[in-house]
Design a protein around this ligand. Structure first.
Ligand SMILES: [Zn+2]
Length: 358
């Protein structure tokens, strides 16, 4: 600054043209230098930006690199356990490439929802039903007063005997699904075929459980002279179980049996009970019913009458906090379908949890 003042002063004192030219050329060179520096600064800034951009790209590529599925903390713990088991079989064998984290997470959720719909190996229900599937032997003890159920959560086991078929069973399944309710289906072996296979599969996949109810349902074969034939009973259980395995896969196993006509109706059932038990099978009757198998003319007719019948039979029990309801999904049972909503509402209004037998 001091220099320029000095120069300015000189400029007025001696207006020498030579000196003026020199000053101008110095000014021009300085201006050119400034311009050059400005250009260099711009180039340097651009290079710096490029480097920063490159670093960001590199970091993001490291984090978004397709990698093996890791468990996410937000998944329910019991899902996570299943995914972990599956991980080594599935994802390691055929590693998938994921574009980003959300796509990866969606894929985990998809797989988890498939898993909950898979049969629990060696059981009669899918994974999602595990939270409401109860051991038939234990529930039998409760309804027979051999054990006391202490939990405040009331339990209802809707049961349907004598299916499956392609007319009534699908309608029963529809009503249950609409209500997020579940049931145990006591199937008769002779009704199990390629024709009823889709219905059977749907029964299972909807979160219901499948139990056995003999192969022939013939009282005279199973209980000649009203006396239970243990060998015949176990044979019919095995035949039915085999057919279920053929249709639902070798991992399917039902350990639940209901005597046609009911355990209470026949003599000498002790021996067959033991034989079933030796085969890992538990039997169960019921402690209330809608009366849908009463001979026509004697049984209830309207929905209100069915519910009244149910209420009356349930309240004959000392403890009503565990209800095993007898109903039928045989081909002729249109009234069972038509009154099922009322039955479900009865238990919903009283805060029962819908459960299945395993
Ligand atoms: Zn039956």
């Amino acid at each position: 600054m001091r220099n320029s003042k000095y120069n300015k002063k000189n400029h007025y004192e001696k207006a020498d043209p030579e000196s003026l030219r020199h000053k101008r050329s110095v000014k021009r060179r300085r201006a050119q230098r400034r311009k050059k520096y400005r250009r260099r600064r711009i180039i340097a800034l651009a290079v710096l930006l490029l480097i920063i951009f490159g670093i960001i790209k590199l970091i993001s590529s490291i984090f978004n690199k397709p990698k093996d599925i890791s468990l996410d903390g937000s998944l329910p713990a019991w899902y996570a356990g299943l995914i972990y088991q599956e991980k080594y079989h599935d994802y390691y064998r055929s590693p998938k490439k994921y574009v980003n984290e959300s796509e990866k997470l969606l894929s985990v959720y998809d797989r988890a929802s498939e898993l909950v719909k898979e049969l629990v190996p060696g059981s009669n229900h899918i994974t999602t039903a595990s939270s409401y599937a109860y051991d038939a032997g234990l529930i039998r003890k409760y309804i027979r007063g051999e054990a006391t159920y202490e939990d405040p959560q009331k339990l209802v086991f809707l049961t349907f005997d004598d299916g499956p078929n392609t007319s009534i069973t699908p309608q029963v399944l529809d009503v249950l699904k609409e209500n997020d309710a579940y049931a145990t289906f006591f199937v008769v072996g002779k009704n199990l075929s390629e024709k009823t296979k889709p219905v059977l599969k749907r029964t299972l996949m909807n979160g219901n459980s499948i139990a056995t109810h003999s192969f022939t349902h013939e009282y005279t074969d199973l209980y000649p002279g009203r006396v239970a034939d243990p060998a015949k009973i176990i044979e019919e259980y095995k035949l039915t179980q085999n057919r279920l395995e053929n249709l639902l896969g070798e991992d399917f196993k039902s350990n639940v049996w209901r005597y046609p006509g009911g355990h209470m109706s026949w003599e000498n059932t002790g021996e067959s009970d033991d034989l079933l038990k030796e085969n890992g099978v538990e039997w169960i009757d019921w402690n209330c019913l809608t009366g849908d198998a009463e001979p026509s003319g004697r049984g209830p007719k309207s929905e209100a009458e069915f519910v009244k019948y149910l209420d009356k039979t349930l309240n004959k029990n000392i403890h009503t906090n565990v209800a095993v309801v007898l109903m039928h999904d045989e081909q002729t049972k249109t009234h069972t379908v038509n009154t099922l909503q009322g039955v479900i509402d009865y238990f919903k209004e009283r805060d029962y949890k819908f459960c299945v037998l395993k």
